[in-house]
Design a protein around this ligand. Sequence first.
Ligand code: HEM
Length: 430
Amino acid sequence: MVCTFLSQQPRLYHVGPLARIGPNHLLLSDPDAIRKMLAARSLYTRGPWYDSLRIDPHRANLITERDEKKHRVLRQQMAAGYAGNDVDELESTINERIAEWISYIRCNAASDASKTVRFDMARSMQYLTTDVISHLCFGEPFGFVKTHGDVYGFIATLESRLPFIENFSVIVELNRVLSAICSVPFLKNRLLPQPTDEDGLGKIVGISRKVVDKRFEPNAVPQNDILGSFLKNKIPREQAESEITISLFAGSDTTATSLRGTILHIATNPQVYSRLVNEISAASIAGKISNPMANEEAANLPFLQACIKEGLRIFPPITSLRERAVPAGGDTILGHFVPAGTNIGINMAGTMLNEVFGHDADVFRPDRWFEKDPAKLNRMERVHELVFGHGGTSCLGIRIANMTLNKTIVEPLSWYILSARFLVENYIKG
Ligand code: HEM
């Protein structure tokens, strides 16, 4: 049996490898051409689309910086923090947040014979990922899981802002107008989120400022966390505020979307579900899974890894255009000459349906990752890698994302397996 949930949706992303979507905008889904465009030494640069992601139109951060040199310096200063090299407790922090989440579900969301509890698992997973990133970047969780609520209206802001960005970011003139308006301080203060706001993005900006201010107090002890790593690597004070604010956008919604897509497909596909439960159960009986599960242990669960890969492929969490500008002199893409300055958007959902994945690319089938032909498997892996970007702007949070995905899928199932085993053992004992 296969899950046809996605294949029943209109496949708007089947538009061919190169499509024209605006007067000066193309959409690309050919993996080789995307790789070439994003490559470290490519002459393509981030296009004006990135300006629409800025919180303050006059201040860029790692994710929105279009100046190649400035971006490279920022990336060097932040890579160690995000990779966890400078962070003592990356894994234990993620464990702590997941333990709190499981405990919340156990106490508040478990149905039994006498009652049915309705529980929005998709929303709950976003509470978890936002707490993980806030704990890692701000030093403590914002409390989304504890309250099971949208603390500071952060998610509401995200959900109202993102569709606006997605719809209007290609109208680059709008950003120029906004930038000009925001040059007038009076208008800027009224239009942009302020650190004094009671909720929304402004509140997060305010918290970021307070957290960074604390690190600059006279007797402040340097911390071995992500922010500590940024500061150790000489990220200026105001830049650090902006970077930890944006880390919440980069890390929480993306990981929550991947979890939702993957778990939906596992849960609605009985064969996949039972194979995964069996794999986890066998590893647990053989003592190959600790409590909580270590990240390296997850790497030894091949079916789990196949499910996660397939989940990211069938439901890539970042489908924004992320446009690049064609360099001076133009370029020839898939046999078509494209003039300099044309904006090329990336069709990630379309790319993940590339023919390298076979005739059933639109179906969730983790088994495809057990491909016997090493050359074919390698081609699939190379296309799949693009989910996390490529080259000098590729995702810096891959380790955090993978750890969160591994643990958040395994821990609830382990709990379920342990409870089932406990029931069976007690039943046998009589
Ligand atoms: C499954 C989850 C995730 C996916 C699929 C993902 C994907 C991506 C992609 C495609 C990019 C490239 C953007 C571009 O081309 O401009 C990117 C960049 C980035 N991601 Fe992730 N991401 C995920 C999770 C995370 C997490 C958890 C963090 C950490 C908090 C993070 C931090 C970043 C940062 C800092 C960048 C900017 C890199 C740069 O501009 O040099 N991401 N991510």
